[in-house]
Design a binder for this molecule. Structure first.
Ligand code: 3PY
Ligand code: MG
Length: 260
């Protein structure tokens, strides 16, 4: 039988923590070849169902291409659609990011779909994870709660106020800061500026509280320079740009070399 320590599905939980500074690609385009390509560059790939174009079929295909590259996949679900969290775990995701978690109640609802009893109420049906790992059903039931990572997004004033409560919820493994929405919330809609000093203060506060609770600190980083700072400050996982940005920036850089 395959040991849980040797399979891709559990590799994210094993490699994350202690300010590991893992880098995740962030895909909104649904082409599985793009996800597989980026999986070969990054530590992991996040597939975005909130603002990206994914549905369940394209998540299934992209998770398979990421797994074929030997890397774990993360899925961001749409706001409040926690049932999709269980579904994407059943499709082979190693972690789920839930946007706009604004209260302890939101966090508990999210955790209940991520974890099997006694922590939550995830329903049984992991055909794809069993196939991917070769695990026996009983082993998967015992171990999946540990390696299926639930990340609650902190990106509103209410979420910042409820941070300690959210981090205290059994079944929430960490938080993921959305700096763009945070900047909009903190400025009452005046601007979107992921690098604003008020967002930086929030990011400092969040990593300190995560360390106090021994939970994962993760964030979205719009630029490599900022990502480097956040790795030094102890973040465990950073999203670095998006597939849209990478394709556009790559195209522009090549065209500029020709036309300069
Ligand atoms: C945000 O910055 O608000 C995000 O959700 C990251 O994509
Ligand atoms: Mg957001």
């Amino acid at each position: 039988m395959t040991s849980p320590t040797s399979h891709t599905l559990a590799s994210l939980a094993q490699n994350m923590g202690g300010g590991s500074g893992l880098l995740t690609a962030w895909c909104g385009m649904t082409d599985p070849i793009m996800a597989g390509l980026l999986a070969r560059e990054f530590d992991t790939v996040t597939l975005d169902m909130q603002h990206g174009c994914y549905d369940i079929a394209s998540i299934t295909n992209s998770v398979a291409h990421v797994a074929a590259a030997g890397k774990p996949a993360i899925v961001r679900i749409p706001v409040g659609q926690f049932a999709i969290a269980s579904r994407v775990l059943d499709l082979g995701a190693s972690a789920v990011i839930a946007p706009m978690i604004n209260s302890v109640e939101d966090a508990k609802a999210f955790a209940s779909f991520m974890k099997y009893p006694p922590i939550g109420e995830r329903s049984w049906g992991p055909a794809i994870p069993l196939t991917m790992t070769g695990m026996a059903m009983g082993d998967y039931l015992k171990q999946a709660n540990k390696f299926s990572i639930s990340l609650a997004m902190i990106e509103t004033r209410a979420a910042i106020d409820a941070l300690d409560g959210i981090l205290s919820v059994d079944g929430i493994d960490g938080v993921f800061v959305g700096p763009s929405d945070t900047s909009i919330a903190l400025s009452n809609g005046a601007h979107v500026d992921a690098s604003h000093p008020d967002v930086t203060k929030t990011l400092d506060h969040v990593v300190a509280r995560c360390k106090a609770h021994k939970k994962f600190a993760c964030c979205f980083s719009p630029t490599p320079a900022v990502a480097n700072d956040w790795i030094k400050k102890g973040y465990d996982l950073l999203a670095l740009g998006t597939d849209f940005m990478q394709v556009r920036n790559g195209a522009r850089a090549m065209i500029e070399q020709v036309r300069k």
